[in-house]
Write a protein that binds this ligand. Structure first.
Ligand code: SF4
Ligand SMILES: [Zn+2]
Length: 269
């Protein structure tokens, strides 16, 4: 099936409305680029947001790719400057957090938690109904395997092309239009369409456990990766889910599973 048809089917499955105001998280990479391009092509009401992590030349190149994409698609772009808003670049924030936690938390885990926190807060402030991210089938298969290896498969039970069980006035639903699309197919598509994007790997992704799992999965044919997802979807409803009650963080007021949100437990403690 063609990539565009597959994405259309996913959007139909999650009942995405053309009236929804969608904020697309744009990193400058191929996945978020294709997400924005297709949502716009299919007539959805989108804007972009770019979190500028201020990680030197890499961040500058990402920013330039995002700017060009938004100009080409004629969509509004919001910029969140981590240094201006949080006082320091992601590199500095990360090393400060790592030294506090004695280096036990990996780069991507810290960066991922902070970016999620920013996206929810900004999307709500700007009155968007949904946040769209560029997660693809390879990312999701990696997450399932990571959760298998760590014995926390219940965390994957809530994953899907739209966030599940998280209805709350402060929580903005996240959608993943490329949830069923292989990374290789996205790579081919972005080249074919000559979309502006930055292809360099993040210089800070070096110590992530996810990279090890990705390297392992890369050796498998696409059909096996699809099977990981397909077979997991068949059994996921039987996995006992964690209590998904949403509280508000006592420090920042954002949605949290406990008394303190994950971002504040990293940054403030
Ligand atoms: S690869 Fe990791 S460190 Fe780099 S931007 Fe993504 S989450 Fe952050
Ligand atoms: Zn908080």
């Amino acid at each position: 099936m063609k990539l565009e048809t597959q994405v259309k089917n996913t959007l139909k499955k999650i009942k995405l409305s053309k009236k929804d105001k969608i904020l697309v998280a744009l990193s400058g990479g191929k996945d978020s680029t294709v997400t924005a391009y297709l949502l716009k092509k299919f007539g959805y009401n989108i804007s972009g947001i770019h979190i500028d992590l201020k990680m030197g030349k890499y961040s500058k190149d990402c920013f330039n790719a995002v700017k060009k994409l938004c100009e080409d698609l004629e969509i509004k772009l919001y910029i969140y400057d981590v240094k201006k808003e949080m006082g320091s670049s992601m590199c500095y924030l990360r090393s400060a957090i790592q030294s506090k936690h004695k280096g036990t938390i990996k780069n991507c885990a810290i960066c991922g938690v902070i970016k999620k926190w920013i996206l929810n807060k900004e999307a709500r402030k700007l009155k968007f109904d949904k946040i769209a991210t560029g997660h693809n089938l390879d990312d999701e298969a990696q997450t399932i395997l990571i959760n298998v290896f760590k014995g926390s498969l219940q965390l994957s039970a809530t994953s899907g092309p739209i966030t599940k069980n998280t209805k709350d006035k402060k929580f903005i639903s996240r959608i993943k239009p490329l949830f069923y699309i292989l990374e290789d197919d996205i790579r081919t598509y972005v080249k074919k369409k000559k979309l502006p994007m930055h292809d360099e790997k993040c210089p800070c992704a070096i110590d992530s456990y996810r990279i090890q799992v990705r390297n392992f999965l890369e050796k498998l044919p696409g059909k096996d990766k699809k099977n990981i997802m397909k077979n997991f979807e068949k059994i996921s409803h039987r996995i006992k889910r964690k209590n998904l009650k949403i509280n508000y963080c006592e420090i920042c007021g954002e949605p949290a599973r406990g008394k303190i949100c994950r971002k504040c437990s990293l940054v403030n403690l």
